[in-house]
Design a protein around this ligand. Structure first.
Ligand code: HXC
Length: 513
């Protein structure tokens, strides 16, 4: 081919020279992999197709510039586990991964292509935020990205992994995506950094204390997953992808396995303790019912009084919501309501049936919760369950009282199949509260109020707080032997395969916020 081909090769060589030994060393010394290494780990070997590798940064001003090809972000597509995915990976070695005009345009191109082709988008974030020297153009770059994040929401899965800094408004692209991963020790997210916090509030905090992985996965709930290093974070992303469809018109991937769908699990009969106030770990229920070893928990460290995550049943992906009696007796508070609501919204957007395991004494009482808005936030959960049109199944394991009965996918708000175990207690309120209100006078006048209360509580449990009244009224479809829960759920899920519900026409509902 002669001269033309040589020119082509020379250009390729220049690109390779950018990735020198020093380039790798700089990033490795920070305890991080380079943008390129991350991309190579993420995609199936040899499958990644880079686009816009040579686009240069626009002429930057203010004395700080770079000649780096690609303007600090690697963008393109390839396969992960054989499925097509788009991704971009920010390069901290180029002006701190800051987002300039062409850097933003590359991300936007990936987002547009993903939306057009119905493919997931993964963003590997390692950036000092808007490139200061490009001024308002970099702010506009972020605006363009945010707009695509919103347009793609509920159409294709969007995943962000924070693998270095994510500072300033830059945090809002991950926040608009479906799932946020963080890497322990090397990633942090904040709207205003430690310097500003010191200046404005006279408060000394490290980046990790202000917005490290622990903070965001356990306190703020901004991120759902944390892994020990870059390589494990990338493995986590790949694992999550196995549960997700590529877009909202596909079903999540079916993966056959040899766990029989009619497996009888006698251990389930003894999982709920005789003493109604004794806790147990609802994860044991989940793992005994779902396909073996396939529960992938989401937001494990945030609001642990509710458990959410993906699992498989007979090879089909399901989303699980389960009250956790081990933490705060499984009561619903603000954080757990919001955690579950967000997960339900995701499952509903992407055709993932929802299975709920219920054991909840009620909403958490107290001034703190009321003043912070348990009404407004509990409404998010109620709204999410009610609006969801995917198949929705509930199994009441034990407590199902009051508002919590209604919220946790009761028949009245649209539960398709509602089962209860014989241990279920379904009533307006728990025995202690009910007896105190109904028999206030009698208890005040009784010679032995403790004995009377004990007797009335036992009577209430026997006559009111059981699953049989709800069963006879049709609010529970069937009281089942716990041992056959797996088979029951599988059968009704199969029957709901073609479920179709149309909602009233509207621009969009006014979700409580
Ligand atoms: C241009 C930047 C940059 C930025 C970092 N760099 N951030 N260049 N614009 N936003 C450059 C540095 O000048 C440096 O260049 C290189 O990246 C590495 O940065 P260091 O500071 O040496 O690294 P480190 O000590 O690890 O600190 C990383 C950092 C810090 C914590 C990210 O650089 C930082 O605080 N940057 C600013 C973060 C910030 O406030 N961003 C918000 C911008 S406003 P050299 O040439 O020396 O290697 C924003 C609004 C978005 O993002 C609006 C959306 C609505």
């Amino acid at each position: 081919m002669g001269v033309a081909y040589e020119k082509f090769l020379e250009r390729q060589k220049q690109l390779e020279q950018q990735y020198s030994a020093e380039y790798y060393e700089k990033q490795h010394n920070r305890g991080k992999l380079t943008a390129r290494e991350r991309i190579l780990l993420l995609f199936d070997q040899g499958s990644f197709e880079e686009i816009d590798a040579f686009v240069p940064p626009v002429g930057v001003t203010f004395g700080k510039t770079t000649k780096a090809f690609g303007d600090g972000v690697i963008a393109g597509f390839g396969t992960i586990g054989g499925r097509q995915v788009y991704a971009y990976s920010q390069d901290f070695n180029v002006l701190g991964g800051s987002l300039g005009t062409t850097h933003a345009a590359k991300i936007v191109k990936v987002q547009d292509m993903a939306l057009k082709t119905g493919l997931p988008v993964i963003g590997l974030i390692d950036s000092g935020g808007a490139r200061i020297q490009e001024g308002v153009a970099s702010l506009n770059g972020y605006a363009n990205i945010f707009r695509r994040n919103v347009l793609a929401s509920g159409v294709v899965p969007q995943i962000s992994a924070i693998m270095g800094p994510a500072a300033g408004g830059a945090v809002y692209s991950p926040a608009l995506t479906d799932f946020v991963f963080m890497t322990e020790g090397t990633s942090y997210m904040f709207v205003t950094g430690p310097d500003v916090v010191r200046q404005v509030l006279n408060e000394n905090v490290t980046p990790d204390q202000l917005g490290g992985a622990k903070v965001h996965t356990s306190k703020s709930g901004v991120a759902q997953f944390v892994y020990s290093d870059d390589a494990n974070t990338i493995l986590g992303i790949k694992k999550l992808l196995t549960y997700l469809p590529s877009n909202n018109i596909e079903n999540p991937p079916y993966v056959a396995n040899d766990d029989p769908t009619d497996r009888v699990e006698e251990a389930l009969r003894d999982i709920v303790p005789e003493d109604p106030d004794k806790p147990y770990d609802v994860r044991d229920v989940i793992t005994l019912i779902t396909d073996k070893g396939r529960f992938f928990e989401v937001s494990e460290n945030y609001a642990p009084n509710i458990i959410v995550g993906f699992a498989r049943l007979g090879g089909y992906v399901i989303g699980i919501i389960a009250n956790q009696p081990k933490v705060m007796a499984g009561s619903l508070d603000i954080d757990s309501s919001v955690k579950a609501a967000r997960f339900i919204n995701f499952c509903d957007s992407f055709n993932i049936p929802i299975v709920t395991f219920e054991d909840v004494p009620g909403f958490l009482p107290g001034t703190d919760q009321e003043h912070q808005g348990i009404i407004r936030n509990g409404a998010k959960l109620l709204y999410a369950y009610t609006r969801a049109t995917v198949p929705k199944i509930t199994v009441v394991l034990r407590k199902s009282y009051g508002g919590a009965y209604i919220v946790m996918n009761s028949k009245g708000i649209g539960g398709d199949y509602n089962f209860a175990w014989p241990t279920a207690e379904i009533a307006v309120m728990g025995p202690d509260g009910a007896i105190a209100i109904l028999f206030r006078k009698e208890l005040a006048e009784a010679a032995d109020p403790v004995a009377l209360k004990k007797e009335l509580v036992a009577k209430y449990r026997n006559e009111v707080a059981n699953p049989y009244i709800a069963d006879e009224k049709g609010f529970i479809d069937e009281v089942i032997d716990p041992a056959v829960t797996r088979a029951k759920i599988f059968r009704v899920l199969k029957s709901l395969d073609k479920k179709s519900v149309s909602l009233p026409r509207r621009k969009h509902g006014n979700t409580p916020l």
